[in-house]
Design a protein around this ligand. Structure first.
Ligand code: GUN
Length: 292
């Protein structure tokens, strides 16, 4: 029988831990951590994520600021706001919610953020520091995945870990972290992607599979060996007339058929998803403590 990895329960537990730390920090004369979020336009997904981020700040006792721009904001205006936040001593960390409208160069925006306030961990300085194992802000999803592995005590040393997907925000960083010295890490990592020739065989050799390609139900039972650990990072919105919102989230794993073969598996929703916000909160706390 497989064990379900309960990201919701773990994230609630971590929020309680963070709230406790904030209380002590403030009681000792420290500053209340402050996260600012910039959102552009009215993308439904982005608005929902940002609302969750702001609410989570409240839950743990952080101050939060939400700055919204219309879809037609110029790159210059956005860069000016970023400069202002870089220099604002009260703001410990801030993020620009992605994606941005097509007329704005996302990479330019990311690189304008002071890496010491880049709690998303997207700035090349943070990405570079992570890849050579230096203290840094690790981006939310990879950091959330590693925390789940740690809290469930899942063995990683010498294990074959297959990552499906090579995105900059999940596939590449999670592969890099899983191969690093220590725990969770010390794994033998293979990264598969859309041009991989023998994906099924590679997946069948995996002790741990991290599916992060954004293709609903992609990982099937014949691609998974008995006793594997499966981490599902997919969160594709699929239409669902029965749901209040008109859609539901579907992972990259064919859960019903894959789960019976697993030792551990994450559900969607309620697996990796809830962990991403606590990773952001944790980075903000680190920034507030100037621990980097
Ligand atoms: N869009 C989707 N996920 C993220 C994230 O983690 N950070 C930001 N800034 N935008 C996102």
């Amino acid at each position: 029988m497989y064990q379900l990895i309960d990201g919701k329960a773990i994230s609630d537990q971590i929020k309680t831990e963070i709230a406790e730390e904030v209380k002590q920090l403030v009681a000792n004369g420290g500053k209340q951590p402050h996260l600012a979020v910039i959102i552009v336009g009215h993308d439904g997904g982005s608005e929902t994520y940002v609302a969750h981020k702001v609410k989570s700040c409240e839950q743990v006792g952080f101050k939060s600021t939400r700055v919204a721009f219309e879809e037609d904001v110029t790159e210059e205006m956005l860069l000016a706001k970023i400069q202002e936040m870089n220099q604002d001593a009260d703001i410990d960390g801030f993020i620009v919610q992605l994606p941005l409208p097509g007329h704005i160069d996302e990479q330019k925006i990311i690189e304008a953020i002071d890496y010491r306030k880049d709690v998303d961990g997207f700035h090349p300085v943070n990405v570079g520091r992570m890849s050579i194992g230096l203290p840094c802000f690790v981006s939310a999803t990879p950091s959330g995945i590693l925390e789940l592995i740690r809290r469930y005590g899942i063995p990683t040393r010498g294990k074959n870990c297959v990552v499906i997907g090579r995105s900059n925000i999940v596939g590449k960083p999670v592969a890099s972290l899983m191969m690093q010295k220590g725990y969770p890490g010390d794994a033998t990592v293979t990264v598969c992607h859309s041009r991989t020739a023998n994906l099924k065989e590679i997946c069948r050799s995996a002790d741990i599979i991290i599916a992060a390609l954004g293709s609903p139900g992609f990982l099937k039972e014949d691609m998974v060996k008995d006793g594997a650990v499966v981490i599902d990072v997919g969160t594709t919105r699929v239409e669902d007339a029965a749901a209040k919102s008109g859609f539901r989230l579907k992972g990259d794993v064919d859960f019903a058929n894959v789960a019976p073969k697993c030792s551990f598996i994450t559900p969607v929703p309620g697996g990796v998803g809830p962990m991403t916000i606590v990773s952001l909160l944790r980075n903000t706390l680190l920034a507030a403590k100037h621990n980097l």
